[in-house]
Ligand binder design. Sequence first.
Ligand SMILES: *Cc1c(COP(=O)(O)O)cnc(C)c1O
Length: 342
Amino acid sequence: MNTNEVMDIYDKYFLNTYGRQPIVIDHAHGIKVYDIEGNEYLDFFAGIAVNNVGQTNHKIVSAIQNQAEKLIHCSNIYYNVPAGELAEKLANISDFNKVFFSNSGAEANEAAIKLARKYTGKGEIITALNSFHGRTMLTITATGQDKFSKPFKPVPPGFIYVPFNDIKAMEDAIGDDTCAIMLEIVQGEGGVNVINKEYIKAVEKLCRDNNILLIIDEVQTGIGRCGSLFAYQQYGIKPDIMSLAKGLGGGFPIGATLATDKVSEGFEPGDHGSTFGGNPLACAAANAVIEVIEEEDLIENSKKMGQYAKDKLNSLKEQYEFIVDVRGLGLLIGIEQWWRYC
Ligand SMILES: *Cc1c(COP(=O)(O)O)cnc(C)c1O
């Protein structure tokens, strides 16, 4: 098949949900991606912050191959070794103690919200304008951008939105039924807006003073993307719940919701579940990702290359009027262009 033939099939059989580039990806290695016509590309998008350890990394590939030959899936009625190993690893490298595995970022946030409500017995979640938390009915409502939820009303109640990096607005939004504040450290889909340090520290204090949980959505910022394993670690805060997905499986779908020992007491058997969540294949891939990040010193690389890219982009900004701003943290970098050139 050539590119046009594949595109015709998509037009004919796919629900119309994506605006795609006219490129049919065939194979990839490291940062390089090749289409079916043989063209080579550098993938700065990284599968939307998924391929943090590069494409077809041999360690990830062989972890998946070996596990697939042994056991691809078993239900959560039983135990499996890769999931156990991954849970222990995640607890060791973060400030959290317990984990729930799912298959995507939206699901990781769903679990975070359910846990927060069950633990506190309260309903209202405060999120930021221009945030992005997923595409399920609950997470489009958590997302502070009207365009994602408006066509799908009625959406579930229980969310209020405040401007990002505005502590006064956050203070004013807190009420008797506030259960949690849910934020990204860098708003990815919302335009690469980096959280400010005094702000997130003050939000953490507000949470402690008012018995509100702090949920950090690290679906995009986590797994080394921002120059630390998790972006919150650069801010001297200790959230109560963190959601992960995107980069965690090195391209294999997996989501995770992490919580402190205390907050994890909110859940008891029967409260939440997933058929595929924590399956051995996904967990074997994620275990390999964490090992590769350590062995190849990718955190240091993310810091270094992120700074290099930002410096170079900033010097382009001096030369080109259409670049309004260069923002980001580590290797999550955005260029804002002047609207006239969009
Ligand atoms: C991508 C993203 C999600 C949703 O993840 P899915 O795997 O697409 O469900 C949630 N939160 C943030 C911050 C994201 O970037």
